[in-house]
Design a protein around this ligand. Structure first.
Ligand code: ADP
Ligand code: MG
Length: 245
């Protein structure tokens, strides 16, 4: 598995939002995408999962142009947890997770067991019959991650997967995703967290991918100050680590 973006530009309402982005995710890698609000991260993600078309450039998964794949083939390769997640689905949690099996043959005998395992992994074990609409924001997020897991793809796209979660569940999800060993591109906001979990990261600013590489090389005080307009200072502080239950 390899995701490869080369020279990807995206326009929305005639306005250029993403400019000539180059980005790669290799098999099994956990890659973070960071950058200030409004810099174009979600627009780039949406273009990768085909909610948008690029105005220029090419996006391939395993060498195939994603915009030329059938929906089914595309959904077998790439699972997505989007930033704007549906809040009011009138389904049970089990039904929502089962939607992840849509790209496969209908109703395989072990689908329900797959769903149960995925719910277990995200800490919602046994919750199949709960109404999705009744879940907290964090639980909804985890149910949608379970849906992505049962899709059994080799590429996972996550747009701010930890945004509604408390610190423990943030760490739990990041651990879970990293342990999956599935190639992942995740938009993250917490730079320290991104640095702690990812193999490589890309920094976006004003529609451009400015830098990419191992976090310790990329996240320099100079770049952070240029991109975010804040000063980065190294201090001793509380660091939160996940404790297995
Ligand atoms: P990020 O995810 O990095 O916060 P977005 O990709 O959501 O940023 O947005 C980047 C820019 O594109 C913003 O200026 C936003 O206002 C604009 N934008 C996002 N979606 C649309 C849209 N559907 N139509 C027009 N402009 C949009
Ligand atoms: Mg966004």
């Amino acid at each position: 598995m390899r995701l490869d973006l080369s020279g990807v530009s995206v326009r929305l309402d005639g306005r250029p939002i993403v400019h000539e982005a180059d980005l790669v995710v290799d098999d099994g890698e956990f890659v973070a995408l960071v950058g200030p609000n409004g810099c174009g991260k979600s627009t780039l993600m949406r273009t990768i999962y085909r909610a948008l078309r690029p105005s220029a450039g090419l996006i391939t998964v395993d060498g195939d142009d994603v915009h030329r794949l059938s929906w089914r083939e595309s959904a077998r390769r790439t699972a997505v947890v989007a930033q704007e997640t549906p809040a009011e689905l009138d389904f049970t949690v089990g039904e929502v997770v089962l939607m992840g099996r849509t790209p496969y043959e209908r109703a395989a005998a072990d689908d329900e067991e797959r769903c149960a395992r995925a719910l277990d992994r995200v800490g919602l074990g046994g919750g199949e019959e709960r109404g999705y609409a009744t879940l907290s924001g964090g639980e909804k997020q985890r149910a949608l991650i379970a849906r992505a897991l049962v899709q059994e793809t080799r590429l996972l796209l996550l747009d701010e997967p930890t945004s509604h979660l408390d610190i423990r569940h943030q760490l739990e999800i990041l651990h879970l995703v990293r342990e999956l060993g599935v190639a992942t591109l995740a938009v993250l906001h917490d730079l320290n967290q991104a640095a702690a979990f990812c193999d490589r990261l890309y920094v976006m600013s004003a529609g451009r991918v400015l830098a990419g590489g191992p976090p310790e090389q990329v996240l320099t005080p100079e770049l952070i100050s240029q991109v975010y307009g804040v000063r980065a200072v190294r201090r001793t502080q509380l660091v939160f680590e996940w404790l297995a239950p």
